[in-house]
Design a binder for this molecule. Structure first.
Ligand code: NAD
Ligand code: TDX
Length: 341
């Protein structure tokens, strides 16, 4: 089978590529990525030269290019990871998120429809469900929770999901959608909470915690997300949505303090800064459907996963230092300059 994996040079896509290229030597995996600021081919060094892996640079929203690629390659399966993924960036530039996340998705599906793929899988997010109140720990997102978005990012992802379901119903495209909670692990760009805090704590720099730090996220190690997507693509039912999460809810402050303890750094590094506009309070996934239907069981809990992740960032300083010393510095100034002044 020939797989097109988009966004394979990003955080989750690169982890997915490592997992499937090694696990399925009989399948072909083409990685299509635009290499935006978030795409990093250094994350895929180990796969270069493998006979079942190849890379193509391109934009999923570039219609003539995508149509041509599908005509030539006749993919059997498409897995769409490619997206603008950072909520704070979506506050600065919503239009970019509409282009890559919505137009990119419909463009890919038009091409998938034209060549008749066996499966189109959309990698979505729990953020499409909006947020849950802090005082109702009994509430969780299920697959039937209504879409109710807060940010331009989550709105673009929800918009894409609606088009995916429409292409299934209207055109019979064989689709699946997965909605995962917050990921962490190797190769995550140091703009997201966990790698940002690890890299800045190691440099004894201020750690910007938004608002009061009470917001809750449901953390899943990226390896467990990749295993779940692979199960859905191979065994999941067409037309279905699967939520992915492992019941690992933590406040942001708990996460930051865990990192500081592990690195033996003082809590005085924590700086409370202006809150993110529209900041979602709590995310929490009910994973019963994927557990019972597909037998998915996460390998990591938060304690084992965060320990593995911190160790990875200690062992792979060069990988993230090259990011931090490059364009990322300008970006950091733009986002945090005023807040930390
Ligand atoms: P990321 O930002 O690390 O990587 C995104 C990748 O997509 C990059 O390599 C980038 O170059 C590429 N890309 C962006 N626009 C493109 C375009 N127009 N054409 C081709 N390539 C393009 O993101 P991530 O954290 O790895 O997230 C991957 C997917 O998983 C996204 O769809 C995201 O919405 C979803 N998701 C992420 C999380 C999380 O916690 N990070 C959780 C749930 C779902
Ligand atoms: O500097 C920071 N300080 C801070 O307090 C950053 C970057 C974040 N935060 C807070 C905001 C959130 O409550 O930490 C929490 C996590 O923030 P992010 O890492 O930006 O993730 P989040 O906004 O929760 O979204 C992530 O999970 C769902 C991914 O970025 C999305 O792509 C995914 O869909």
């Amino acid at each position: 089978m020939k797989f097109l994996v988009t966004g394979g040079a990003g955080f989750i896509g690169a982890n997915y590529m490592h997992y499937v290229v090694n696990k399925y030597p009989e399948d072909q995996f083409v990685n299509l990525d635009l290499l935006t600021y978030a795409g990093n081919l250094e994350s895929l060094k180990d796969l270069e030269g493998k006979p079942n892996y190849s890379f193509v640079r391109g934009d999923i929203a570039d219609r003539p290019f995508i149509m041509d690629l599908f005509e030539k390659e006749k993919f059997d399966v498409v897995i769409n990871f490619a997206a603008e993924s950072h909520v704070d960036r979506s506050v600065k530039d919503p239009g970019l998120f509409v282009r890559s996340n919505v137009l990119g998705t419909t463009t890919l599906m038009d091409a998938a429809k034209a060549v008749g793929v066996k499966r189109y899988h959309q990698v979505s997010t729990d953020e499409v469900y909006g947020d849950l109140p802090l005082d109702r720990p009994d509430l969780f997102f299920t697959e039937t929770t209504p879409l109710h978005t807060s940010s331009p990012y989550s709105s673009s992802k929800a918009g894409a999901d609606l088009f995916v379901m429409a292409y299934h119903r209207t055109f019979g495209l064989p689709v699946t959608i997965s909605r995962c909670s917050n990921n962490y692990g190797p190769y995550q760009f140091p703009e997201k909470l966990i790698p940002l805090m690890i890299s800045r704590a190691l440099a004894d720099e201020a750690l910007p915690v938004y608002g009061t730090g009470e917001n809750v996220r449901d953390w899943l190690h990226v390896h467990d997300h990749c295993v779940a997507i692979d199960l859905i693509v191979r065994n999941g039912r067409v037309g279905e949505v699967y939520n992915i999460g492992g019941h690992n809810e933590r406040t942001n402050l708990e996460v930051v303090k865990t990192i500081l303890r592990a690195l033996d750094k003082p809590e005085s590094l924590i700086h409370f800064v202006t809150d993110r506009p529209g900041h979602d309070m709590r995310y929490a996934i009910d994973p019963e459907k994927i557990e019972t239907e597909l037998g998915w069981v996460p390998e990591y809990n938060f304690d084992t996963g965060i320990a593995q992740t911190i160790q990875w960032y200690l062992d792979n300083r060069e990988w993230w230092e090259r990011i931090v010393s490059g364009e990322y510095q300008n970006y950091f100034e733009k986002m945090y300059g005023e807040r930390l002044a």
